[in-house]
Every structure is written in C-alpha cells, then in structure tokens.
Design a protein around this ligand. Structure first.
Ligand SMILES: Cc1cc2nc3c(=O)[nH]c(=O)nc-3n(C[C@H](O)[C@H](O)[C@H](O)COP(=O)(O)OP(=O)(O)OC[C@H]3O[C@@H](n4cnc5c(N)ncnc54)[C@H](O)[C@@H]3O)c2cc1C
Ligand code: FES
Length: 416
C-alpha cells in the first residue's frame, strides 16, 4: 500500500515537474520571442530615427545652403528700373523658406523660351540685400537686338508667372564676417552684385568703410537712383560716387551724379586715402580689364581684386576661337568620346566648345553661364587634354574642365 502511495506521489511530482517545465519553457519562448520582436522593433525604430535625422539634416542643409536642381519660383513683382532694366522679385512657389545667399552670388534660370527647343539657361545676380529673406531680386537688362532670356523676361514674364531656378551660387561674393574696408565698383547693369554687397553691409548695421562707384552713361541709364541716395544719406560709412561718361544737358552734376568721367583707377587715386582696400568689381569687360591692370600697377595685390563677368552667353558659344587662341592645338580635328553617352564624335575648330560639341550631338551637359564663370558645366576628363578658348573666371579642379569654354587639344574621353 505504502509502495502504491509512493509511486502515485512520484507520478504526481513528475507530472507537476513536467507542467512546471512546460510552463517555464513556454514563458522563456514567449520571452525570447518577445525579445526578438522587441529587438526588431528597436532596430526599425533606430532605422527610422536615423532616417528622420538624415532627412532633417538634408532638409536643414537645403534650408541653409539652397536646393538641388530646379525649384519653382513665382514672380511676385516686376518693377521697371529704367535703362532697359527691370527688377523681378521671386518667391518660392511651394511657400517654403528662402535659403540664404552670399551678397554677390547669382541665380541660374532655366527658361522655356518660344523658338528654343531646349531650355535657355542664364544667370542673373541677386541685386538686393542678402539679409532680406522675403524674396530674391534679380535685375535684368534687355539685351538688344534679340537676347533670348532677357527678351523673354521683359516681354513674356509677368507677375504671377512661374520660373525654374537653380539655387544661389558663385564664388564672387563679399565675406560678411570680415570688416576690412572695401571698394565696390559697378558698371552699367554690373551694379547688381555690388549693390547686393552694399545693401547687405548697411542692413547688417556694419560700420565697414565702403566706397561705392557706379558708372553709367547718363541719368537715363542710372538705375536704383533713390535707393542709392537713401543709403548714402543714412550711412556715414558709405561714400557714393556716381560717374556719368556722357551726361545729358538735363543731368545735374552734384545732384544726379558726382563725376563726368568713367570709373577709373585715376579717379580712385583722387578719392581714396590709399590703395589698401579689397576691390569688388562687375561691369563691361573693357572697364574691368583696364581697372584690374591699373590696380595691379598701383600695387594692389591680385588677391584683393575680385571681379564678376557677365558674358553674353550665345555669342560666346557661337564665337569661333581666334587663330592665336588655339595656336597650341596640334591637330585641326580631335576625336572626343562621351563615355557615359557611348558616343565618339569629331571636334573641329568650327564647332567651338565641348559644350557645343555635346549639344550638337544630342548629348545633354548641364550649363549655366556658358561663359566659364558659374561652374555648372564642369566635366571630368577621363583622358586627354583641353585648351581654353575663352577667358574663364573659375579654375576647375585638376582632371576636370569647364566644357563651355574648353576645346580638346588631344583625343579626349569625357565622363559625360
Ligand atoms: C554670373 C552672371 C551674372 C549675371 N547677372 C546679370 C544681371 O544681374 N543682370 C543682367 O541683365 N544680366 C546678367 N548676366 C548676363 C545674363 O546671364 C545674360 O548673358 C544676358 O541677359 C544675355 O542673355 P540673353 O539670353 O538675353 O542674350 P543672348 O541670346 O545670349 O544674346 C546675347 C547677345 O548676343 C546677340 N546675339 C545672339 N545671337 C547672336 C548671333 N548669332 N550673332 C550675333 N549676335 C547674336 C543678341 O542679340 C544679344 O545682343 C549675368 C551673367 C553671368 C554669367
Ligand atoms: S556653364 Fe557656367 S562655367 Fe560653363
């Protein structure tokens, strides 16, 4: 009997132990499953957090530094300024904030112009203060007789119209963290980037010494008249000097303008207490080359002279290189391979730049100024050498070229 009781007790204990083990096993399985699920959830959450952080960073970068590619802007205002120049005020079509820019930089527009199969890409300097964050302003001069982009701006674009714009760019800008005295020189419509510099300095409340020289023919071409006058009156650190090269009889010296001569280093020598300034200049190429040369002769170091060139795009593109500019070219023809497009074509002098060659053969290269200044067309050289057939203000990195102003000087393979 006692044996039976013992066996029954052992069986009961075994069953209970088994149940307990099963219970523990189930719990452990549930726990480890839960842990795996939790781990998975954590991993997903981490990934999401990382992604959100990356997106936030990217968005912040865009907010801080611009945007990539084209962004739609609405023309909020179009104001005739006189002298065949109109100012256009652009606001983002998506209503999102405007990224800041450096005073002196420009916008690149990609315009759909009637009669042009491909978008017409042109650059226009930002002409208002960099501290003004409600709109971007560009002031466009109608180029006669048939400027594609400027004509389109003047004749076809009105308030409410939408345009495609690349983010502000350009290496010609004023370092706002510096306080060294500056001379800002604008000739004709070349006033736009230096006006942005002037307005940014005064809007920042900076007491930086500024000499602002603006050269035009006469009062008819003198834009931003009241704006400049007001800045001059309100800021004792600003010295405004207006030069008319051909004043009209109705123009009043002392009232409308200060000097009946062109802006020149001779004038600067009469005005400035010394040559110890940073010089920022934009205007007709003849004016800029003579002033640059004479500043150099006056002992101003090259690194203190900053220039912006507004090259007429299509003329530059269609211009044939002068024989002396290509004297280093050993052969009249070179094979050019556009590696990514899988095309090999022959370049001759008559074609012009590598950008022209690409476009003639249906190969799309990005371009902006088409004048060697915006850097949009920079293209990697896989092999071969190039010559520059036009002046270019930006120096491309080794192993690359500015396709809009470069021509081959050997057989060439481009990463395009
Ligand atoms: C960095 C930068 C900033 C700039 N900022 C400004 C600015 O603030 N304001 C401004 O007004 N401009 C500015 N420009 C100049 C602007 O980008 C354009 O070059 C200018 O408006 C002319 O472009 P377009 O399309 O109107 O003329 P295009 O069509 O390029 O023609 C230019 C000229 O060449 C003539 N032409 C065209 N085709 C031929 C041909 N086959 N044979 C002979 N002549 C021809 C045209 O009649 C015109 O006179 C800037 C340029 C750069 C590079
Ligand atoms: S298109 Fe601007 S540098 Fe070539």
């Amino acid at each position: 009997m006692s044996e039976l009781i013992l066996i029954a007790a052992v069986i009961i204990l075994l069953v209970a132990g088994l149940q307990a083990a099963m219970f523990l096993m189930k719990g452990w399985l549930q726990f480890s499953g839960q842990r795996e699920a939790n781990d998975l959830k954590l991993a997903i959450l981490n990934e999401r957090l990382q992604f959100a952080a990356m997106t936030r960073n990217a968005e912040q970068k865009v907010l801080d530094h611009g945007w990539s590619g084209l962004r739609k802007f609405k023309i909020a205002k179009k104001i005739p300024e006189g002298g065949s120049i109109s100012s256009f005020y652009f606001v983002p079509h998506d209503g999102k904030p405007l990224p800041p820019f450096q005073p002196g930089q420009y916008l690149t527009f990609s315009l759909k112009v009637e009669g042009h199969q491909r978008p017409v890409v042109r650059c226009y300097s930002l002409s208002d203060s960099a501290l003004q964050r409600d709109y971007y302003r560009a002031s466009v001069k109608r180029v006669s007789p048939s400027g594609a982009a400027s004509g389109h701006f003047h004749d076809n674009l009105e308030e409410g119209d939408i345009v495609d714009v690349k983010a502000p760019s350009g290496s010609f800008y004023l370092d706002m963290s510096e306080h060294s005295p500056v001379v800002l020189i604008g000739g004709g419509v070349g006033i736009t980037p230096v006006l942005s510099m002037l307005k940014s300095i005064v809007d920042a409340g900076s007491k930086r010494e500024v000499w602002f020289l603006y050269g035009v023919r006469n009062r008819q071409e003198h834009i931003m008249f009241d704006e400049l006058r007001q800045i001059d009156a309100d800021n004792e650190n600003v010295r405004l000097h207006i030069c008319y090269s051909s004043p009209l009889e109705s123009d009043n010296k002392g009232e409308d303008f200060h000097h009946d001569e062109r802006v020149s280093v001779d004038l600067l020598k009469r005005l400035l207490p010394s040559n110890n300034y940073d010089y920022y200049m934009c205007g007709p190429s003849a004016m800029m080359s003579s002033i640059t040369k004479e500043l150099n002769q006056w002992g101003v170091p090259d690194n203190r002279v900053h220039i912006e060139a507004f090259g007429p795009a299509s003329v530059k593109a269609q211009k044939q290189p002068a024989p002396e500019q290509v004297k280093d070219v050993k052969e009249p023809e070179f094979e050019v391979t556009f590696a990514r497009s899988g095309k090999t074509v022959v370049w001759t002098n008559a074609i012009g730049s590598l950008l022209d060659l690409a476009e003639d053969n249906g190969i799309q290269l990005d371009s902006g100024c088409r004048a060697g200044s915006c850097g949009t067309c920079v293209t990697a050289l896989k092999s071969g050498e190039v010559n520059y057939i036009d002046d270019h203000s930006g120096e491309p990195e080794v192993g690359t070229c500015l396709a809009c102003v470069a021509a081959p000087s050997s057989t060439l393979v481009l990463d395009a």
